[in-house]
Design a protein around this ligand. Structure first.
Ligand SMILES: [Mn+2]
Length: 427
């Protein structure tokens, strides 16, 4: 365990440098770069544009899935589809959905990319603005006001429907599920025409990039939209793999392919988006309230506005950097004024290789009355959402508000500490 931090640090340094460095030629260019330039010229001369030469680094599974997807898109051509993202979409989801939309466009399929919550992370807002990423926020009332009969089906990307309020409504309206593309562990049985769920892959952006590589949509660096989409995918891949530190071979191969098209300046601008003061305040609260036991850091941050929800994972990201801490859990009560809803939202971050966030969260919080887990995770990260039901909603009485927080705070702590300090089965 002692070896890992230094290893990670070293990897992080070299990768980060490579990744965000400007591609513009500078003085003292190396020989390697000159060779690349020469090759490019040769390619142009033989009239084969570099971008149309597929990188033959896609495994047979990806190849087969691409073929299946091509057939599906062909059979649904000239139609409309809804692409449903988790309520609070992350860069992996946003970039993957956009790529799907561009691929589907080739078959004259119009896709609307929708999510119910907000884009609350400053990097996500920057991503959407800087690349003109075409995702739309549809609240439940918006969705209900739409005529869904024009859609031939809906698509789940980077989720399996368990983190979206929109999915059940779309399903009830009789729109069939056509496609699921995800890298989280399987969360249920799907009766749909195309399923590509590969938990061994670290980002959905990798899966979509593989589709591009197999020729479902040849990227062209002279098309600004393609460059922006490649940049978005690179950002998705980067953020879901913890700056490539958790990336596997497939993810690196995808990043290598994207490196031929992405715009390093835009990516840099996205990554440099500043935190809002309110996010800083939540991080401060998490620092103040944290308890550290057995290398776990646990912090309740009280009430937050809906728009600041993403401060929770950011606080967890921060707490896990403390010396002697391998796992951080941060949670709070998020209040949605529009819908008079309250929900406990939490995030887990871990650097402990043997801790599976998915298992940990499922074991800590269990299932609701309909058998649905309150959350789950992937390598290094997890999240949970616990609806407050009858107890949700604002109250003028401040001591009541305080009491309500204390009840939820101690209940969550109790459940977490049971796993953190187990009597005979240490994690
Ligand atoms: Mn993802």
């Amino acid at each position: 365990m002692q070896l890992n931090p230094s290893l990670n640090q070293r990897e992080s340094v070299s990768l980060t440098t490579d990744y965000t460095s400007s591609p513009s030629p500078e003085e003292g260019e190396t020989d390697t770069k000159t060779t690349v330039e020469t090759k490019r010229t040769q390619n142009t001369a033989s009239t084969i544009p570099e971008s149309s030469v597929p990188l033959k680094r896609v495994n047979s599974q990806a190849q087969q899935k691409s073929e299946e997807l091509r057939e599906l898109l062909l059979s649904y051509s000239h139609g409309r589809q809804l692409v449903i993202l988790q309520d609070f979409p992350d860069p992996d989801a946003l970039s993957s959905a956009w790529t799907y939309q561009l691929i589907a466009q080739q078959y004259d399929i119009k896709c609307d990319i929708i999510y119910a919550g907000t884009l609350s992370h400053q990097e996500n807002i920057a991503l959407v603005r800087l690349t003109d990423l075409p995702a739309q926020r549809w609240t439940l009332p918006t969705l209900k006001s739409k005529d869904l009969s024009s859609y031939q089906g809906f698509v789940l990307i980077d989720n399996q429907g368990t983190t979206s309020q929109l999915m059940p409504v779309v399903e009830q309206a009789g729109v069939p599920l056509l496609v699921v593309i995800d890298h989280h562990n399987l969360q249920g049985d799907f009766k749909c025409e195309f399923v590509d769920i590969r938990p061994s892959i670290r980002a959905t952006a990798t899966i979509l990039t593989q589709y591009l590589q197999t020729g479902l949509l040849p990227l062209d660096s002279s098309i600004s939209q393609h460059v922006k989409c490649a940049t978005a995918l690179m950002h998705g891949l980067h953020s879901d793999t913890n700056r490539l530190m958790q990336a596997k071979e497939d993810d690196f191969m995808a990043a290598a392919y994207l490196s031929r098209f992405y715009d390093a300046q835009i990516l840099k601008a996205i990554l440099q988006a500043n935190r809002s003061k309110r996010v800083m305040d939540v991080i401060e609260r998490s620092l103040k309230n944290r308890i550290v036991q057995n290398n776990f850091s646990i912090a309740g941050v009280g009430y937050l506005r809906y728009d600041d929800r993403d401060a929770i994972p950011q606080a967890a990201d921060f707490l896990v950097t403390e010396e002697n801490v391998h796992t951080a859990v941060v949670y709070g009560i998020v209040h949605d004024e529009d819908n008079e809803l309250e929900v406990v939202i939490g995030s887990l971050r871990t650097t402990k290789l043997t801790l599976d966030p998915d298992e940990f969260i499922k074991e800590a919080f269990g299932q609701d009355s309909s058998g649905r887990f309150f959350g789950g995770g992937r390598t290094g990260a997890g999240g949970f959402e616990i609806p407050m039901g009858f107890l949700s909603g604002s109250n003028e009485n401040s001591s009541y508000v305080k009491m309500k927080w204390e009840v939820f705070d101690s209940q969550i702590k109790q459940k977490l500490l049971k796993l953190v300090n187990p009597k005979d089965n240490p994690i």
